[in-house]
Design a protein around this ligand. Structure first.
Ligand SMILES: *[C@@H]1O[C@H](CO)[C@@H](O)[C@H](O)[C@H]1NC(C)=O
Ligand SMILES: *[C@@H]1O[C@H](CO)[C@@H](O)[C@H](O)[C@H]1NC(C)=O
Length: 506
């Protein structure tokens, strides 16, 4: 109101000044005609522009190929001034629990165990205890008999953590027969829970932790505890020299042919498809095989799964064919070197061929390494997974086809090391695009490319703070929806300026 009155007042005063000297009717007509012509011109000018924008795709074929420079395809997102920061604060002290011991049975696959062990280092610190080198899972789907020192550099682990937690190889002889208290720590517990647990020391000298996955909260822990988790995972838990050496060698080999490569975590493996109930694109016989496997796996609680609904919800790993369409839409040329970081692809070549037809330069550890080199690792799924991990960390671009423990761990580690490019497919959005493609509503080419690129503009691993729980979820269930600490250790273990460092202290 005020504005309107003001401007009309302004207009009156200007026009009255204009007309004051020569108020002839001829001039008024001329003026009005001019105004009218000018508005018509302006109107036409803008409408033309708007219409043009609607008709032409925002990214034409030409502008697209120009934009798909090496820079957009390969370079890390902008993260100027950010760096890893894992040093403890001035008030930090090592724990001293010389006569109290925590033993751990770590559960899950390689990456679930790695993050679990790092959490147990932090728990031992909070509970003021000595940590005994954890036992690894030998019963999981992967059935790997490897011990801690087969996979990790044990001595390095112990010495790196000297200023944090005392770590020993074994329980002292005199404690081996002492009754231990077995604990299933509550998932995603915070400081007060573990401080309260120290009451167990009154009656026991040894606590046995039966499971190590997700026992520690992602958020609201002291900065020093969060940084200890990073020191444990990124510094102390180094792979054994045998694995590290072969990993480095394979990375060098991948780089020698043309330089750059994508590490694709193609989680199109039997266990994953069976567990998620995703049978899209599979034969009836294959679907049945997966259903039977699920039926027979006791610890998978979901038995009846509607594959269509799973897929629409973005809960299925992308199929090899979908990955091919996705990579092509992102602009990667068919000559791109792609390392498949995964175990056995379900159905082998029958499904994989739909990706190789688009990207023939597809390699596996079996093609990059010699048979002799892999010999020591055969039948040790965790050790070959460690090779995949190293190659994925060092890749120019990392793309997980599904969000599992490995995908999260690799993404977080790449963020930590300088926000290396990780493209996380928006599976829910992509499924809609793929279905339109299937129905013939859109075609492969520039318009598909435009859609897919727009969808993934902010999914390339650029710096951002770790996400909290989803809104509207109450109680402990909200912890499950939080972004995992190890998926994005920013801000605690990634710092910018000094000011940023202070802000992150809680
Ligand atoms: C940690 O344990 C040692 C003995 O093992 C004890 O002297 C010390 O007071 C404990 N510290 C805390 C903070 O409980
Ligand atoms: C699975 O879900 C879809 C979509 O909600 C539905 O159309 C279909 O009938 C369901 N299939 C079965 C076997 O229940």
């Amino acid at each position: 109101m005020v504005n309107y009155r003001g401007s009309s007042h302004f207009r009156t005063s200007v026009t009255s000044k204009f007309f004051s000297r020569t108020p002839s009717p001829y001039k008024i007509t001329l003026y009005i005609t001019f105004l009218f012509a000018f508005s018509i011109f302006t109107f036409l000018f803008y409408t033309r522009d708007a219409l043009e924008n609607e008709q032409k795709p925002l990214l034409s074929e030409e502008s697209q190929s120009q934009e798909m420079t090496d820079e957009t395809l390969w370079s890390a997102p902008f993260s100027h001034g950010l760096h890893p920061c894992v040093k403890p604060t001035a008030r930090y002290k090592a724990s001293q629990g010389w006569d109290r011991y925590i033993t751990v049975r770590s559960n899950g696959g390689l990456n679930q165990m790695r993050t679990g062990i790092s959490d147990m280092v932090a728990v031992a610190h909070v509970m003021n205890a000595t940590l005994v080198i954890p036992q690894l899972d030998k019963r999981s789907f992967w059935r790997d008999s490897s011990t801690f020192s087969d996979i990790f550099d044990e001595l390095h682990f112990i010495t790196t953590l000297q200023g944090d937690v005392r770590v020993v190889r074994q329980l002292p002889k005199e404690l081996e027969s002492v009754p231990r208290v077995r604990k299933h720590f509550t998932s995603w517990s915070g400081m007060s829970y573990y401080e309260e647990m120290t009451r167990l020391w009154k009656d026991h000298q040894v606590i046995h932790v039966a499971k190590s996955d997700s026992r520690l909260a992602n958020n609201d822990l002291p900065l020093d505890i969060q940084r200890l988790r990073c020191r444990a995972l990124y510094h102390a838990l180094r792979f054994s020299p045998l694995i590290e050496d072969l990993g480095k060698k394979l990375v060098e080999r991948l780089r020698s042919n043309g330089g750059r490569y994508i590490a694709l975590h193609l989680r199109y493996e039997k266990d994953m498809l069976s567990f998620t109930g995703c049978t899209y694109g599979l034969t009836d016989a294959e679907s049945e095989e997966l259903r039977i496997m699920r039926e027979n796996t006791n610890h998978w609680k979901m038995k009846k799964i509607n594959s269509t609904e799973q897929r629409m919800g973005g809960l299925c790993p992308l199929t090899p064919k979908e990955v091919g369409i996705f990579l092509q839409a992102l602009g990667y040329p068919s000559s791109t070197l792609i390392y498949i970081a995964a175990g056995e692809i379900y159905g082998g070549n029958t499904h994989l061929s739909e990706l190789t037809s688009r990207f023939p330069n597809l390699v596996f550890k079996e093609t990059v390494a010699t048979q002799e080199e892999l010999e020591a690792f055969s039948k040790h799924a965790s050790q070959t997974a460690a090779l995949d991990y190293i190659i994925s960390i060092e890749s120019d671009v990392f793309i997980p086809s599904y969000s599992g423990n490995m995908a999260r761990a690799v993404e977080g580690h790449r963020r930590f090391l300088g926000h290396r490019k990780t493209i996380t497919p928006d599976r829910k959005g992509l499924v809609q695009v793929f279905d339109k493609l299937e129905n013939g509503e859109i075609k492969e080419g520039s318009s598909l490319s435009y859609l897919v690129m727009k969808m993934h503009k902010y999914r390339q691993g650029a710096p951002r703070k770790r996400g909290g729980s989803l809104p509207g979820i109450k109680g402990r269930a909200r912890f499950r929806t939080e972004e995992s600490f190890y998926e994005n250790p920013y801000p605690e273990c990634i710092c910018g300026s000094k000011r940023n460092f202070e802000m992150t202290q809680r």
